[in-house]
Write a protein that binds this ligand. Structure first.
Ligand code: ADP
Ligand code: MG
Length: 314
């Protein structure tokens, strides 16, 4: 267990009267007989979650986008947000850009900003998001079923590639680098409600810490295991060519969704996704084996390492 999970479990996890408390992408409270309110909060701290050089407009966008993905991961529709910012100086051009990025993201995802807090300190943005979820469409981490297909939306590994480009650890073509850095700075969560309206999925999580770490959360909550096939992962041409699958398996910050669904719905999901122009890829299966297995493009099992992002290293 990570130190963060240990802290949460030891000091904060208590019994709750809410239908769903700590431990999922969002908590759920009753809205009416048919719907829940889904509430979640994600924070971006300078140097931990973003480089000080991050353009303010992108930061404003990202601070909200990383919350939107948590509501989508519950099968819900984001509605309202409370925005808490700490900044160390009254920098008008920075605030103009930051708020523009924030409002652009809010408009794109249909979110209204209804409150927040403004304080002085090391740059940090913490957003509480509130979404609405139909009870029969709700997606919990604990919902995966044995033999489910595992699906991933969009492309993964791109944000981590972007970070390595910025750190000059790798060199990509100009166009590929631009796309990867855009994914890092301006993540675009995928809304799967157009598919989930048919209740096709059983569980979901947003991929903030890489496929292995986030899939593990679903598997732990559902008491199951999984096989993942690298050849099927929706990754860039560069990752495929270099066989650099670690970017997708262990790289964070993509904010795409990982979902599970009954294998009997595979063709329906593919067909509907094509109709809706939604990119979603079947990448593996839920199993009841002892441990998760990841297979390289030749079908050979790969060693799984515990590399997901950790705030506190033991
Ligand atoms: P996510 O990656 O989806 O944002 P986290 O890993 O940050 O989720 O958190 C895991 C769970 O623990 C979530 O349900 C979150 O609400 C809860 N949590 C995290 N930190 C705290 C805290 N300090 N107090 C109470 N609950 C917390
Ligand atoms: Mg999440």
């Amino acid at each position: 267990m990570s130190v963060e999970a240990d802290i949460i479990n030891r000091f904060f996890k208590k019994k709750t009267s809410a239908p769903l408390g700590i431990g999922d992408d969002a908590a759920l409270i009753n809205k009416n007989t048919k719907e829940y309110w889904a509430l979640s909060q994600d924070t971006l701290n300078v140097n931990t979650h973003f480089l000080p050089s991050t353009p303010a407009l992108d930061l404003g966008w990202k601070a909200l986008a990383v919350n939107v993905s948590d509501i989508y991961a519950m099968g819900g529709q984001p509605k309202y947000a409370l925005v808490s910012i700490a900044i160390n100086k009254h920098n008008i051009p920075w605030l103009e850009d930051f708020s523009r990025g924030l409002h652009q993201c809010a408009k794109k995802y249909g979110v209204e900003i209804i409150g927040g807090d403004t304080t002085r300190g090391q740059t940090s943005i913490s957003i509480t998001i509130i979404g609405s979820v139909e009870k029969k469409k709700v997606l919990k981490r604990s919902g995966a079923k044995l033999h489910d297909d595992i699906w991933i939306t969009g492309q993964i590994g791109l944000a981590a590639l972007g970070l390595d480009c910025l750190k000059k650890k790798i060199t990509l073509s100009e166009a590929a680098a631009k796309l990867a850095i855009k994914c890092l700075y301006k993540p675009s969560p995928t809304d799967i409600q157009s598919l989930q309206k048919y209740q096709l999925f059983h569980s979901a999580i947003d991929i903030s810490d890489g496929v292995i770490a986030d899939l593990s959360h679903i598997l732990t909550s559902s008491n199951l295991s999984a096989n993942i096939f690298c050849a099927q992962l929706p990754v860039s041409a560069w990752i495929k060519k270099e066989k650099a699958f670690d970017y997708a398996l262990y790289g964070g910050d993509d904010y795409q969704l990982l979902l599970t669904a009954s294998a009997k719905n595979r063709n329906r999901i593919k067909k509907l996704a094509a109709q809706k122009r939604l990119k979603i890829t079947h990448v593996g299966q839920v199993t009841n084996e002892k441990k998760m297995m990841v297979f390289d493009p030749n079908g050979k099992p790969m060693k799984i390492v515990n590399k997901g992002f950790k705030h506190f290293v033991k």
